[in-house]
Ligand binder design. Structure first.
Ligand SMILES: NCc1[nH]cc(CCC(=O)O)c1CC(=O)O
Length: 308
């Protein structure tokens, strides 16, 4: 009997849901038994500072990669949007699963939508991408930092610390909290982050057999879209201290990609936005589209924003 595949996961409720989802799919679709190895990452421990200040997205994946490299785990399940644009040497992204709803959600107890918020209302978000797009829609709002896992953020809203908060719809739905969503931001109004709503499966690069097996769980249209989105970010430096949004949707046999860049320290400067479409038949076509979007952002003046 082969020993079960060990899945390294963070221990937030969302991370566990995602790991269990992959565990179930390995079992039912591939006949591969799997078990979970839960672990706490630095990103889970440090909750009083914004992620962009303490080292970025990588904080959520580093400990899982250590478990992979030490052979304590075989597979790590990540929210793709938390995965750095360049994986460290020795690791590969072996599959991207079909995307959940990629939209951001408006969550509030007393207001049904962004438009209903009174002048000067307080909205919670620590995401520079959300902050800059919120202020572009409603310059009067006061945006205050809000970190923690989804349950913590909802509790802080319920305790009255904010009039509204913005969260990824995918996470809320996965946790059965979809009823908390009062309104959705359309993707052209609040462009999602690269990879939002998708799960990525990471392996050691020296495990080609497992890579081949898990690739069967992958969803090609989602992977191509996410590859284009991630390429925009990679081409602009890939840092999570940049308010960068990138979202691609299938269109006419290819992809339509929209991206927006805000200024990292001056959230009220105008957002630079681009939209382009191209036929896409492979991951490298998708990367080329993302690169082209980044080139257009540079042509539109991104340099000034990237310098800080
Ligand atoms: N940044 C944390 C994070 N990472 C993944 C999700 C939600 C699930 C997803 O978008 O795939 C969230 C919560 C949020 O942004 O509100």
């Amino acid at each position: 009997m082969t020993s079960p595949i060990v899945i390294a996961t963070r221990e937030s409720r969302l991370a566990l849901w995602q790991a269990e989802h992959v565990q179930a799919r390995l079992q039912t679709e591939l006949g591969l038994p799997a078990r979970l190895l839960g672990m706490t990452t630095r990103g889970d421990q440090i909750l009083d500072q914004s992620l962009s200040k303490i080292g970025g997205k990588g904080l959520f994946v580093k400990e899982l990669e250590v478990a992979l490299s030490e052979g304590r785990a075989d597979l790590a399940v990540h929210s793709l949007k938390d995965v750095p644009m360049e994986l460290p040497e020795g690791f590969v992204l072996a599959a991207v699963l079909e995307r959940e709803d990629p939209r951001d959600a408006f969550v509030a107890n007393h207001y049904a939508s962004l438009a209903e918020l009174p002048q000067g209302a307080c909205v919670g978000s620590s995401s520079l991408r959300r902050v800059t797009q919120l202020l572009a829609l409603r310059p009067d709002l006061r945006v205050e930092p809000l970190r923690g896992n989804l349950d913590t953020r909802l509790r802080k809203l319920d305790e009255g610390g904010y009039d509204a908060i913005v969260l990824a719809s995918a996470g809320l739905k996965r946790l059965g909290l979809g009823a908390r969503i009062r309104a959705w931001f359309e993707v052209d109004q609040m462009i999602p982050c690269a990879g939002q709503g998708a799960l990525g499966l990471e392996l050691r690069a020296d495990a080609p057999q497992l890579a081949e097996a898990v690739a069967r769980l992958s969803h090609t249209p989602t992977w191509q879209a996410c590859e284009a989105e991630r390429a925009v970010s990679r081409a602009l430096g890939g840092s999570c201290s940049l308010p960068l949004a990138a979202h691609a949707v299938p269109a006419d046999g290819g992809l339509r990609l929209t991206a927006a860049l805000g200024h990292p320290t001056q959230p009220t400067l105008p957002l630079l936005k681009v939209a382009l479409a191209a036929p896409v038949a492979s991951l490298s076509d998708a990367r080329a589209l993302g690169q082209a979007a980044a080139d257009q952002l540079r042509a539109a003046g991104a340099e000034r924003y990237l310098a800080g």
